[in-house]
Design a protein around this ligand. Structure first.
Ligand code: KG4
Ligand code: ZN
Length: 339
């Protein structure tokens, strides 16, 4: 049985897994705290993590019906992420491992996202029996990464965003519209019933022959568009059209580049994870595109799309299973850890 802790950004999370079975996942979100600042304030995040870690960890153990003494290993996110936030979770997990005299595993946050789509069912259970090489899109507020997962625990980054992440683009455009932070889910809601073809926004880097993304041009183009159309936001149907058109531009870019990479690399499977994977239009468009091209699709379950310790725990278990050695107990955080 393994306990994992995740504190790379603004969610304090602890999870307990046992042979692929997720016995408990507890996530305490700080979104409300940061909303009034319009983004995550690192110092505040770290302080909240320190406050939340003991109750979140205790609740996870209780929900799993276990006790610290029954744990075989402890894991935590080592990077990438906000330094002070990472520090809170990593040092807590190392202290628990030290006290219990159990091995500790420092996990790469994005590597964990790559495997979160293999956790399915209710209650959640990781099933790697159907694992196949895949192209994996990790799309969140901080990252937009396209990765070739060649085999279990072996991957190669194909491309990433050269400026804003897709979630960041959703959030910044939502802010122009006056929606609360983080704006992605609010923009999605407003896009319902809107016409995705009403306004023609750029599909950035769609024509370029690489696997990188760029979303700052789209954001700028929406800002100019709003400057040139004062009063549009007073008209609800046109605001809905605007949101649907923005969503369509982001989703079409993500889907087209993911499918193109999968076909080029001749993999049979596509996976997606990260906060933006909660978006229903993205889920359905990617599903349709995969179906059209005969690709198997594995989308992370909605509750596992955003940051959570279950994915950290599952990856740590896979690493143990594959014979990887523990991380030293004095290992430091790696805020800019490349994938
Ligand atoms: O993975 P996540 O919780 O945290 C990181 O940023 O690492 O992702 C949060 C991001 C935010 O930018 C949020 O606006 C976006 O995911 N997001 C969405 C939706 N739900 C969350 N974007 C569009 N549509 C959604 N339904
Ligand atoms: Zn994440």
């Amino acid at each position: 049985m393994l306990l994992a802790i995740e504190t790379s950004c603004d969610e304090t999370s602890a999870a307990v897994v046992d042979h692929g079975r997720v016995l408990a996942t507890v996530v305490s979100s700080q979104i409300r705290l940061h909303a009034e600042y319009g983004g995550v304030v690192p110092e505040l995040a770290a302080r909240e993590h320190l406050k939340n870690l003991p109750p979140v960890t205790r609740t996870a153990l209780k929900q799993a019906g276990t006790e610290p003494g029954a744990l075989d290993a402890v894991a935590a996110t080592r990077g990438p992420g906000l330094p002070s936030a990472l520090l809170a979770g990593l040092k807590t997990a190392q202290a628990i491992a030290y006290a219990l005299r159990k091995p500790f595993y420092g996990i790469h946050h994005h590597e964990a996202h790559l495997y979160s789509p293999w956790i399915s069912n209710q209650p959640p259970m990781a099933d790697f029996s159907e694992f196949q090489p895949n192209v994996s899109l990790v799309v969140s507020g901080g990252h937009t990464l396209l990765v070739h997962v060649e085999s279990e625990l072996k991957h190669r980054v194909l491309g990433s965003t050269v400026d804003d992440a897709a979630g960041e683009c959703f959030d910044k455009i939502a802010k122009f519209i006056g929606l609360p932070y983080p704006g992605g889910p609010h923009l999605e809601k407003l896009a319902e019933g809107g016409n995705p073809n009403a306004f023609d926004f750029p599909r950035p880097m769609l024509k370029e022959n690489n696997d990188n993304f760029s979303f700052s041009g789209l954001k700028t183009s929406v800002r100019y568009f709003l400057n040139n159309n004062p009063g549009l936001l007073d008209d609800l149907p046109r605001t809905r059209d605007l949101c649907a058109s923005v969503q369509a531009a982001i989703v079409e870019t993500l889907v087209a580049k993911t499918i193109r990479a999968a076909l080029r690399l001749r993999v049979n499977c596509v996976t997606a994870s990260g906060g933006v994977t909660c978006n229903r239009t993205f889920r359905s468009q990617l599903a349709m595109a995969c179906h059209k091209h005969g690709l198997t699709l594995r989308l992370a379950q909605k509750e596992l799309c955003t940051d959570n310790a279950a994915m950290i725990a599952i990856l740590a278990e896979r690493k143990i299973l594959h014979g990887e050695l523990p991380t030293p107990l004095d290992a430091e955080i790696i805020p800019g850890w490349p994938l």
